[in-house]
Write a protein of this length. Structure first.
Length: 530
């Protein structure tokens, strides 16, 4: 149980460090709970985190592309979908198709919404092809059960390929994959997920992989995937801008400390500075930073609560000024924060078709690269995926583009498997190359345990008024998971008890067989609404 369920006074000030989706949702939740004196501190010059939309010149036209987060599933992103509808963000159906290919085109096939695929490689025998089809169909119908069965919590992707079933559960049934399924389907696809580490997909936790399939791609226990995947018309930036406008309007209408804020130089959004947290106890917390331009030291506060909505390593640095004598649980929290792993990925918007299948007829919205490697599994395969933006943005359903059938095709690639030719990298209208580097937490076999521990520390009020949210705190950091984590952090910050089990993966119940009983609370809720 939380140490207190007493709510803060509604006039209390609350600091939110981090202006990505998690931080912005936390701020909105606080305002909806009646706590309008909340302030967002963001190290970058703009809000949004990994929601990054870039306009590019494509011949005589100006097009746009999302370099980070770029779509969602209405059937499982229940809270994000409600937010989109509330704020009037414009979305449209994307073209949900996928290709798989290697560099020289000797392996190339497509998956267009059904288990049926084209022939992966020319000399594949009819027997091998039939096995491959059966493997994919088994996978599609078993993902939901794997995601919700604690038997698989300590299993890697490689473990799952060797035994894709729990002998003590009736679903999924006992089954053995053929040799092509891992090499040409599952491993390349997992390697195209943003949370895949450079060490390769084979060592990732299968539970987090299958949770991604359920939430993002609509895999369920009823057969073929049935998602409603949509993209943001004009880019995810429009959603960020709408949340920002909502928060500014709320601050202008309802904040009660605006005179004091002006005296401190404090605004609703404090952008462009790296901050730390100090203080605590009855005097409250303060937020501090050294100006990058003047070198002056700045301190604002006090704040009754602080929500850290930044990466785990940045949260660690934010807490560096706290005193462990005043915060006896600080070492345990810092130890937890140091356990999450992050890796960089670089996105390019370009027209270099070498990253797509050699056969142009196989080009799809999502294009998965199959690495060539020796042995049973890849030894080092950086995360990579290429989007054909004209299909992802469904130009075929967009009248303005249908009237221009020769509109150039362009791509967004994360960590290209080949060096892109500079002349093919598109530029913004101001002449800047469309390149951006992101940092994201990756999924390791420690991730689930760390998330569960952090939720328990927060439930126990470990840092007396400091709470955590962000992509690393729940699942793999999909926007729906960020919303849930941020909502929980905001509630805890004002004294509302949120049990740790609401934010972590469920524990085993030996007396029950049904995998759905073991699903995380948020995932059970999402799946019931299907």
């Amino acid at each position: 149980m939380a140490i207190s369920t007493a709510s803060l006074d509604p006039s209390a000030r609350i600091a939110i460090i981090g202006g990505g989706i998690s931080g912005m949702v936390a701020a909105k939740t606080l305002s909806e709970l009646g706590y309008h004196n909340n302030y967002v501190f963001e190290a970058q010059s703009e809000l949004g985190g990994n929601s990054s939309t870039q306009a590019v010149q494509l011949g005589a036209d100006t097009r746009w592309a999302d370099m980070g987060v770029n779509d969602y599933n209405t059937k499982t992103y229940l809270n994000i979908y409600r937010l989109i509808c509330e704020l009037g963000a414009v979305t449209a159906p994307l073209d949900d198709t996928t290709s798989y290919s290697n560099s020289d085109g000797t392996v190339s096939y497509t998956v267009d919404g059904l288990p049926n695929t084209s022939l992966p490689y020319p000399d594949m025998s009819p027997e091998a092809y039939q096995q491959f089809q059966q493997d994919i169909e088994f996978f599609w119908t078993s993902v939901y059960y794997v995601a919700n069965d604690p038997f698989f919590e300590q299993k890697t992707v490689a473990d799952y390929l060797a035994q894709p079933y729990n002998p003590n559960n009736p679903q999924p049934r006992p089954y053995n994959y053929g040799p092509d399924f891992g090499a040409y389907y599952l491993l390349p696809r997992v390697n195209g997920m943003y949370f895949a580490p450079t060490a390769g997909p084979q060592n990732m936790p299968i539970v987090l992989v299958t949770h991604y399939y359920v939430l993002q791609e609509g895999f369920n226990q009823y057969g073929s995937p049935n998602p409603d995947r949509r993209y943001f018309v004009g880019g995810t930036r429009q959603l960020v801008d709408r949340i920002q406008d909502w928060l500014l309007n709320d601050y202008d209408l309802y904040a009660t400390d605006r005179n004091s804020d002006e005296q401190q130089g404090l605004g609703k959004f404090m952008l462009g500075e790296q901050v730390t947290v100090s203080g605590g106890g009855p005097a409250g917390y303060h937020v501090n930073w050294t100006s990058a331009t003047s070198g002056a030291t700045n301190t604002v506060g006090p704040f009754a609560s602080v929500i850290l909505a930044v990466h785990a390593d940045a949260a660690y640095q934010c807490l560096s000024q706290l005193n462990s004598q005043d915060q006896p649980n600080l070492p345990a929290v810092l130890q937890n924060l140091s356990g999450y792993q992050y890796e960089a990925c670089t996105a390019y918007i370009h027209t270099d078709a070498r990253v797509l299948p050699a056969d142009v007829n196989a080009w799809r919205s999502f294009n998965i690269h199959i690495y060539e490697y020796p042995g049973a599994y890849p030894y080092s395969t950086p995360y990579t995926i290429s989007y054909l933006e004209n299909r992802h943005q469904n130009d075929a359903l967009n009248l303005s583009y249908r009237l221009e059938p020769y509109s150039p095709q362009f791509f967004t690639t994360l960590n290209p498997p080949v060096d892109l030719l500079p002349r093919y990298i598109l530029q913004s209208p101001t002449g800047q190359p469309a390149i951006k580097t992101f940092y994201h937490n990756v999924a390791t076999m420690d991730t689930i345990g760390l998330q569960r521990e952090l939720a328990q520390l927060q439930e126990a009020g470990a840092l007396n008024g400091i709470y955590f949210t962000g992509g690393y705190t729940l699942g793999v950091g999909l926007h729906e998971e960020c919303w849930i984590s941020a909502n929980h952090a905001a509630r805890r910050a004002v004294g509302i008890s949120v049990p740790a089990t609401h934010a972590t993966y469920g524990s085993a119940h030996p007396d029950k067989d049904a995998p759905t009983d073991h699903a995380p609370h948020y995932l059970r809720h999402a799946l019931r609404a299907r």
